[in-house]
Ligand binder design. Sequence first.
Ligand code: GUN
Length: 284
Amino acid sequence: MSAKIISGKEVSAQVKERVKAEADIFTAKTGIVPGLAVIIVGEDPASQIYVRNKHKSCAEMGFKSFQYALPETTSESELLELIDKLNNDKDVHGILVQMPLPKGINENAVINAINPKKDVDAFHPENVGHIMIGDYSFLPGTPAGVMELLASENIDISGKKCVVIGRSNIVGKPMAMLLLHKHGTVTICHSRTKDLPSITREADILVAAIGKLGFVTADMVKEGAVVIDVGINRTPEGKVRGDVDYEAVAGKAGYITPVPGGVGPMTIAMLMQNTLTAAKLSIE
Ligand code: GUN
C-alpha cells in the first residue's frame, strides 16, 4: 500500500486564502490593518529563512510587517526594551521573537515580557494555560497546523491512539493537548522512553517532532497509520528532510506529510491567522 500524501502546500494556501478574506472584511469595517512584528537575534541561517518567509506571508495577506534583525551581541535588557516598545505600539498586533535565542538571553524572560494579547506564538504561560483548559485565542502555529492537516482529510481523532514523539513546549506538549481536546488517547514519547518502537507501532496517528533526520523507520509504524512529520533537518548533501524515513514509511502508512511541503508551510499560515486574531483582540 502507498500512503496518501497530505499536502501542506495546498492546505496552507487554503488557510491563507480564508484568513485574507476574513482580514479584508475586518479592515473594511474597522480601518485596522493587522500588523506583525518579528524579531530575530543573531544570524542563524535557518531562522533567517523562517523570518523571511513570515515577512513574505504578511505581504501576501496585505498585513503590515515590522522586522527587527538584532546583532548576536544584543543583551537581554535591550531585547526586553524593544518588546516593551512593541507592546505599546498600536500598529503592532502580533509580536514574534524567533527562537532559539543566543546564549545569555533567557528565553522564558523574553516570552513572559510579551503582552499575552500580542503573543501570536502562544508561548506565554497565560496562553499556555488557556490551551490546557481548552479555552484559547491563540494556538502555537505548528501543532495548530497539524490539526488543520488532519481536518483537511477528515481524519477522525476521537478514541484513536495518538503518539507524539518529542516533548518541547513549542510542539510536543501543545500537540498532545490538542489531540487530547479532540478525544484522542495520547502518549508522549521522548529521549528517555523505553522501547519506543513498541509504542509508536500502536499509533493510529503518529506525530514525529524529534529533530533527528530519518528517525522514524518503517518498522516503527503500523500499517495504515497517519504519519505527520514535523522535523526539518538537513541531509549531508544539504537537502531538507524530516524526522521520518519518508520513502519506506510512505509504503506502509495510510497518510503521510512530506518534508518540505508538509507541516512547514502550515506553521506560517496559522501565524497569519493568529495575527488577524490579535488585531481583532486589540479592539475588544
Ligand atoms: N523557532 C522554531 N519554531 C518557532 C516558532 O514557531 N516560533 C518562534 N518564535 N520561533 C520558532
